[in-house]
Ligand binder design. Structure first.
Ligand code: BTN
Length: 246
């Protein structure tokens, strides 16, 4: 908590050794009228969740957080982009590593996933709220997770050193606060786009029961992925899952 002193959102922090999911706690807090910037942090989650109803492994050594915001209707669609960019920048500030983004917002190091973003929004007390959820594999010994070998990695595994988790947490929250308070969607999108490893690659995209194969050509102004399909058609993918082909 000391690591957060002086940052804009430092006044409302709830830390847990263990929790089901920080997303659930954040939603409850929204319904109780918690202010913008309320931060829920957990050292371990027993029911962490990811995008597309997947489970998210969050053992000791990982960092799990949810940041509660009351975004405008203009800000809301940009929150996943904003969070992915903020987390990538914070990771690079905390460790001598290069953090890439895989559309829409997986954070990769050397092609393997090190962090994920989940944004959930709703209405509470007549106001729109959003919880930005971020999970980072910080000091995780990946040997304990053979199922994830080749797919996921951790900051300590990649850098060969122990990472200062409170410092990383502070950097993430500071980066989000900076992009959120001086909100500039075009600048945000350009910075986010520059980190995407997806563009120019052959991809398989699936979502809503359809599968598209082709080349990831561009992202639209609001972050949707444009795929030039092998069938010659152009597809705009707003949500879904994308696999990069070698
Ligand atoms: C993904 O890549 O699918 C997104 C993973 C998001 C995980 C974070 S950890 C903190 C917050 N609490 C959760 O249960 N999920 C998010």
């Amino acid at each position: 908590e000391d690591a957060l002193s002086g940052c804009r959102w430092s006044k409302h922090i709830l830390t847990y050794e263990r929790i089901g999911s920080t997303m659930d706690r954040s939603r409850e807090l929204a319904h109780k009228g918690a202010p913008e910037g309320t931060l829920v942090v957990a050292a371990e989650q027993t029911e962490g969740r990811g995008r597309l109803s997947r489970a998210w492994v969050s053992p000791v050594g990982s960092l799990s957080l949810s940041l509660l915001l009351h975004p405008s209707s203009e800000q809301l669609p940009y929150l996943t982009m904003l969070a992915g960019l903020a987390a990538a920048e914070a990771i690079e500030a905390a460790a001598p590593l290069k953090a890439d983004l895989k559309w829409p917002n997986d954070i990769l190091i050397g092609g393997r996933k090190v962090a994920g973003i989940l944004v959930e929004s709703g209405t509470a007390r007549g106001k729109t709220y959003a919880a930005i959820g971020i999970g980072v594999n910080v000091n995780m010994d990946m040997a304990g997770w053979p199922d994830l070998a080749g797919i996921a990695t951790s900051l300590s595994a990649e850098s060969g050193r122990k990472i200062d988790t409170p410092r990383l947490l502070r950097a993430i929250v500071d980066e989000i606060a900076a992009f959120y308070t001086s909100f500039d969607p075009a600048a945000l999108r350009d910075l986010w786009r520059a980190r995407l490893v997806t563009l120019g690659r052959r991809v398989t995209a699936s979502g809503g029961g359809t599968v598209v194969e082709g080349v990831a050509a561009e992202v639209t102004a609001d972050g949707a992925l444009v795929i030039l399909g092998d069938d010659g058609a152009e597809y705009v993918v707003v949500a879904g899952d994308v696999t990069l082909k070698p």
